[in-house]
Design a protein around this ligand. Structure first.
Ligand SMILES: Cc1cc2nc3c(=O)[nH]c(=O)nc-3n(C[C@H](O)[C@H](O)[C@H](O)COP(=O)(O)OP(=O)(O)OC[C@H]3O[C@@H](n4cnc5c(N)ncnc54)[C@H](O)[C@@H]3O)c2cc1C
Length: 522
């Protein structure tokens, strides 16, 4: 691999992990990072943003958090410091070219018709194919100068919670253009930095659209700055399970949802007859687990009529859970945050019109969309050719087609790390990075394209079954061990990593279980 030209795009949690594991195998990748700092989303979040995943789950398997960090949910500065230390320790820092955005890439050397006709991925099922094809990347620096780079393999680690904002559409004359005030997306708010952002909202009537992590954090910041003098209004279209921590009635919910036993209660991709039968028979137990946890978490929600229509299990399956910012309910009580539930809303000159039974006007100076991102478009947009753009992310009725959530069956010499979500995206990206490095180092070949596509469809069925309308989020949280098992088997490693039957069945798998993930033959 030493001689291979490998480009990683993005220096967030995923890009850093991929780079570290490639360096270990003698490869010298170049990491192009559009921003001026590493850490991806963590380098640009509202001031009060903290990790939502407990720290031990959000750590690289061979790089523990420093002892000075004791919080269960470290803040974003601590996350960035941890990632910087990791990058420095493993020599990743020297590979990163900051301020370099990849603005386009095309596959060169093999005609697209030939690529489309291949039965084996990249022509032979191997990372670098036959050696005829390569990627040509256009890379713009901070001044806008564009250079061309070539690569034998590209790893897209461009993240899905940044870059392309998802903004609701409105009928003509009812969108932001009708409003006299300022409209921004959470991404722009985060980019401003703390001082400027707080200055912007000070003394202003702020309306935040959305009720997940970014929206909740921005509303918390508004409430802190403006108190009850200028309450922040949150427009809530969908109620979500926002929970204070992971303990329900004293039981850590990972014990109910995230161990091998809980995976037995779920239909899994590629399961055989017996596991399928067991999952069907145990479905009532899954329902009971969910009701048990919901009965606890819904207590503060009931007061504000905020209990979601979907179950906590559904939310976990789609990775749609947020940790409640500190004092959220206190702020609702005191009135520094006001909730307006409304399935639809529109803009007018003075603010936002919501329909909660009757229409009402929320007079606003600033409206902030905390409505998420279109991570799939970011992947599509990076390709120059129409062919790759048309197949890169599937359609609205399919998942983004990634074999092992990493490899597009029809796009050669390229991997995507960090698209599909889990309980801890760092943990998931790291194990994928190990799998990818092993594959690129010749550790195994991929199955043929038809087999990969069949596998993708099996996973799609699972995602549609358990994540419903959110299936395109590609959440694997509730079967993360089942998923990891497949990666382990591909690498020739033993997927059973705990000592003893009961530990294997009831303990939750995490980064620590995969420290010495060495293929048996190595
Ligand atoms: C507010 C917030 C809180 C979160 N909390 C959690 C949590 O508690 N637990 C959890 O598991 N996950 C959480 N997440 C999800 C989070 O996105 C992942 O944990 C993880 O940080 C993703 O890392 P990544 O490297 O895949 O992507 P990103 O962090 O998005 O990094 C992608 C990088 O690629 C760069 N890039 C993109 N396009 C290009 C290009 N064309 N050229 C060059 N560079 C490019 C970007 O500048 C960026 O630095 C949170 C996300 C947000 C927004």
């Amino acid at each position: 691999m030493e001689k291979k030209r490998v480009v990683i795009i993005g220096a967030g949690v995923s890009g850093l992990a991929v780079c570290k594991h490639l360096l270990e195998r003698g490869c010298q990748p170049v990491v192009f990072e559009a921003g001026s700092a590493l850490g991806g989303v963590w380098a640009r979040v509202p001031d009060c943003t903290e990790l939502q995943t407990p720290r031990p789950m959000y750590q690289y398997s061979d790089f523990p958090w420093p002892e000075s960090v004791t919080q269960v949910f470290p803040d974003h500065r601590q996350v960035v410091a941890y990632l910087e230390a990791y990058a420095r320790h493993f020599g990743v820092l020297g590979c990163i070219r900051f301020g370099h955005r990849v603005v386009g890439m095309e596959y060169d050397g093999v005609a697209e018709e030939a690529v489309a006709a291949w039965g084996e991925w990249a022509g032979n099922g191997q990372a670098f194919g036959s050696g005829d094809g390569e990627w040509r990347l256009s890379v713009a620096d901070a001044e806008g100068h564009v250079e061309m780079h070539t690569a034998d393999f590209v790893v897209l680690c461009i993240g899905r919670f940044s870059g392309v904002p998802s903004i609701p559409t409105f009928p003509a004359g009812k969108g932001p253009e009708a409003f006299d005030g300022q409209v921004i997306h959470s991404m722009e708010y985060a980019k401003m930095g703390t001082t400027k952002a707080k200055e912007m909202i000070r003394g202003k009537r702020v309306t935040v659209v959305g009720y997940l992590k970014s929206a909740l954090d921005i509303a918390a910041e508004c409430a802190e700055v403006n108190g009850i003098a200028h309450p922040c209004t949150m427009v809530v279209r969908t109620k979500h399970w926002i929970i204070p921590d992971y303990f329900a009635w004293g039981v850590h919910i990972s014990k109910l949802y995230l161990n091998r036993f809980s995976e037995l209660l779920i239909h899994k991709p590629g399961e055989g007859f017996l596991l399928s039968l067991l999952a069907t028979l145990l479905t009532p137990l899954r329902w009971a687990f969910s009701k048990f946890a919901e009965s606890y978490y819904s207590i503060p929600m009931k007061k504000f009529d905020m209990v979601p229509d979907h179950s906590l299990f559904d939310a976990l399956a789609a990775c749609l859970i947020a940790i409640t910012p500190k004092d959220h309910y206190k702020r609702l009580e005191e009135g520094s945050i006001v909730l307006k539930k409304s399935k639809t809303f529109s803009f007018c000159k003075e603010g936002v019109i919501v329909r909660e039974g009757e229409s009402s006007l929320i007079k606003s100076d600033i409206v902030i969309f905390g409505t998420g991102f279109k991570g799939d478009e970011k992947i599509k947009d990076i390709f120059t050719s129409e062919y790759f753009r048309s197949i890169a992310v599937g359609s609205t009725s399919t998942t983004v087609p990634l074999y092992r959530e990493c490899i597009h069956p029809k796009i050669p010499q390229l991997a995507v790390i960090g698209y599909s979500e889990s309980i801890s995206n760092l943990y998931t990206s790291e194990i994928r990075a190990k799998w990818l490095a092993h594959f690129m180092d010749g550790g195994f070949t991929l199955p043929n394209i038809t087999a990969m596509q069949k596998d993708v469809i099996e996973w799609e069925k699972y995602m549609k079954r358990y994540s419903g309308r959110y299936f395109r989020r590609s959440g694997i949280a509730i079967i993360h061990t089942w998923y990891n098992d497949q990666l382990c088997r591909d690498m020739g490693c033993n997927p059973r990593r705990k000592k003893g039957f009961f530990k294997e069945l009831f303990e939750v798998y995490g980064p620590g279980d995969y420290v010495d993930l060495r293929p048996k033959k190595e």
